[in-house]
Design a binder for this molecule. Structure first.
Ligand code: OSB
Ligand code: MG
Length: 371
């Protein structure tokens, strides 16, 4: 396989409902679509789902644009490869910039699967034909607004709800939701907002009584020992997200018992190859995983659906239908969740077509690099 052309499209989509985490609020997103085209004219697509500002990760849309144009595209162009892993190894000496690498990784995997006439899920070794979807709900101005959001999503059929928490918005909203939905599969995500203090442990002890499936990323990403200490003091599983970027982080998590559940995000881990290796490593260590999201547009969402078809993705993933996020997606048809389940496409590659006309006409900026 040889890639003759790389095209980048920065696309901006407004969110149907704005989303607030412990660090910031968003009403729209700018992601970069990566199209790689081989010498025979076949294309593969990936998405760089970096947030525009460096609050979840140090990357931004602008750093991704720079790294993609200056480093990734030139490396990919002209490289000879059979397996996506060979292409991914060409950029392994670039440190960081996982979201940017993930866009190129997914494009290579999509092209590889399309060239073989198989689905991306099959190329990755996935076995599930459908994926259970959960929703992630942001911090709301008040309890009434939060309860209305939960009601909308439960009615839409989603069997699992994750609530964003932050100091000052934790025990009260969780208790309110729990009292209205005693049986709901419910979990919380702090995005690392809590200090490693006794006061914070008190809050997690209260949350521990709410029958949550997990408490995601309570502390700052690199403090794995703090997560291990918390895990020893509560029975709710601690889930790591931001803490696990490379496989070494997952090995540390396992060694320290710093969490009992892993959120695998293709973007955070720099692509499908690392995400799949993390899945295997977690499976062997007895740690269940689920696929986290970054409000991906359809291209990235499709890659998330594909990786979620692997056997150890036993918990509901953040792969809600396109309509939970956007009026109009960049793929046709959009991703659809019915009764909280997304079907894993069987068609070649990601299994959705890119609305290229719309993307070309609506891109905020485009770049083309050829050999
Ligand atoms: O921590 O999972 C997170 C969105 C932006 C930044 C961080 C996170 C999220 C989500 C969105 O929870 C999940 C989704 O894509 O539905
Ligand atoms: Mg998270």
């Amino acid at each position: 396989m040889r890639i003759a052309r790389v095209a980048l499209f920065e696309v901006s989509l407004p969110l149907v409902h704005s989303f607030e985490t412990s660090s910031h609020r968003k009403s729209g997103l700018q992601h970069i679509l990566v199209q790689v085209t081989d010498v025979d004219g076949r294309s593969g697509w990936g998405e760089i789902a970096s947030p525009s500002d460096p609050y979840y990760t140090s990357e931004t849309t602008d750093t991704a644009w720079l790294i993609a144009n200056r480093y990734l595209a030139p490396l990919v162009l002209g490289a000879r490869w059979d397996e996506p892993a060979e292409l991914e190894s060409t950029w392994s000496r670039i440190r960081g910039h996982e979201f940017t690498k993930a866009g190129f990784s997914a494009a290579a995997w999509d092209l590889h699967a399309r060239a073989r006439g198989i689905s991306l899920a099959a190329a990755l070794g996935g076995t599930r034909t459908e994926v259970v979807a959960g929703v992630s709900l942001g911090i709301e101005p008040g309890l009434d607004e939060l309860l209305a959001q939960v009601e909308t999503q439960v009615r839409a059929g989603y069997p699992r709800v994750k609530l964003k928490i932050a100091p000052g918005w934790d025990v009260e909203p969780v208790k309110a939701v729990r009292s209205h939905y005693p049986e709901l599969d419910l979990h919380v995500d702090a995005n690392g907002a809590y200090p490693d203090t006794e006061e914070a442990v008190d809050i997690f002890r209260h949350l521990d009584e709410q029958g949550l499936t997990m408490i995601e990323q309570p502390y700052t990403p690199r403090d794995l020992p703090a997560h291990a200490r918390l895990q020893r003091r509560i029975s709710t599983p601690v889930c790591l997200d931001e803490s696990v970027v490379e496989l070494a982080d997952l090995r540390t998590m396992i060694e320290l018992d710093a969490g009992r559940v892993l959120n695998i995000k293709v973007s955070r881990m720099g692509g499908l190859l690392t995400a799949r290796s993390a899945h295997d490593l977690a499976r062997d260590a007895g740690i269940p995983v689920w696929c986290g999201g970054m409000h991906e547009f359809g291209v990235g969402r499709a890659a998330n659906v594909a990786i979620s078809s692997l056997s150890n993705f036993t918990l509901p993933s953040d792969v809600s239908g396109s309509d939970k996020y956007y009026e109009r997606d960049v793929i046709v048809p959009p991703v659809v969740a019915e009764n909280g389940v997304v079907q894993v496409p069987e068609g070649p590659g990601i299994g959705y077509e890119i609305d290229l006309d719309w993307v070309e006409h609506n891109a905020v900026r485009t770049a083309e690099v050829t050999v």
